[in-house]
Design a protein around this ligand. Structure first.
Ligand SMILES: [Zn+2]
Length: 248
């Protein structure tokens, strides 16, 4: 009896905590991107932060001291989750990048349609955000812009797309080998700047690497994603004078 009361209390507390950390948000409408900062005190950075993402990349400063990003990605099985806001791919440990002398482990990657980062005002059809974390908890996101006019299907998407769960909250394990390296263009030159997560709570202190070269995908691949997520892109944010650097 006592145990079940305790269990009920724990359950209630857990539910409240969950409710507090997950104020509903969306890209458009009543809980759309322009309201995020007001939906929850935890989302304050969304409206008050001065280092928010995404931004329009222009006026980048060439910094020849910036080294190429070292990509150490491994093929493995993945879990494909429909979060209700995007398709999130959870990878096994072992893949990582080294950038600026820091190792960041690849944790997951997901997609936005249309692309979030603009380059001189132009958005790509889609973008993949590869989310990495360092041992001391710092985040680095590699953004690869994808466009249909480049034509041919992308092999990684070809493996993943048959497994896209149609309902929010659903997840599917993919046992076929997926190598995130297949989401990288041949030229890995990049722009880099300090920004934030592009979804609530819009946490800042995120190091962004936006690859300069776009990757192609087929019209069918774009349509398949768009059928699930017609618009899951945050509007461009003010740079507030932030410095954007290019490595080449
Ligand atoms: Zn993202």
């Amino acid at each position: 009896m006592r145990l079940s009361v305790l269990a009920a209390l724990v359950f209630t507390t857990a539910s409240l905590a969950a409710a507090q950390t997950t104020a509903p948000w969306d890209y458009q409408g009543k809980h759309g991107a322009l309201t995020w900062g007001r939906l929850d005190p935890a989302y304050k950075a969304c409206s008050e932060g001065h280092e928010q993402s995404p931004i329009d990349i222009r006026g980048a400063h060439l910094n020849k001291a910036l080294k190429p990003i070292e990509f150490h990605y491994l093929a493995g099985s993945v879990a494909v989750e429909n979060t209700g806001h995007t398709i999130e791919i959870h990878v096994n440990p072992g893949s990582y990048i080294v950038a600026g002398g820091v190792r960041y482990d690849l944790v997951r990657f997901h997609f936005h349609h249309p692309g979030e980062e603009a380059v001189k005002g132009k958005l790509a059809d889609m973008v993949v955000h590869l989310v990495h974390k360092s041992a001391d908890g710092k985040l680095a996101v590699v953004a690869v812009r994808m466009s249909e006019d480049m034509g041919s299907p992308n092999a990684v998407l070809a493996t993943l797309w048959p497994h896209l769960p149609a309902t929010a909250g659903a997840s599917e394990k993919v046992t076929d080998m997926v190598n995130p390296g297949g989401l990288l263009p041949a030229d890995r030159g990049y722009w880099t700047y300090m920004g934030s997560l592009t979804i609530p709570p819009c946490t800042e202190g995120v190091r962004w690497f936006v690859l300069e070269q776009e990757l192609g995908l087929s019209r069918d691949q774009l349509r398949t994603f768009a059928a699930l997520y017609k618009m899951n892109s945050r509007p461009l944010q003010d740079t507030h004078g932030r410095r954007i650097e290019a490595n080449e």
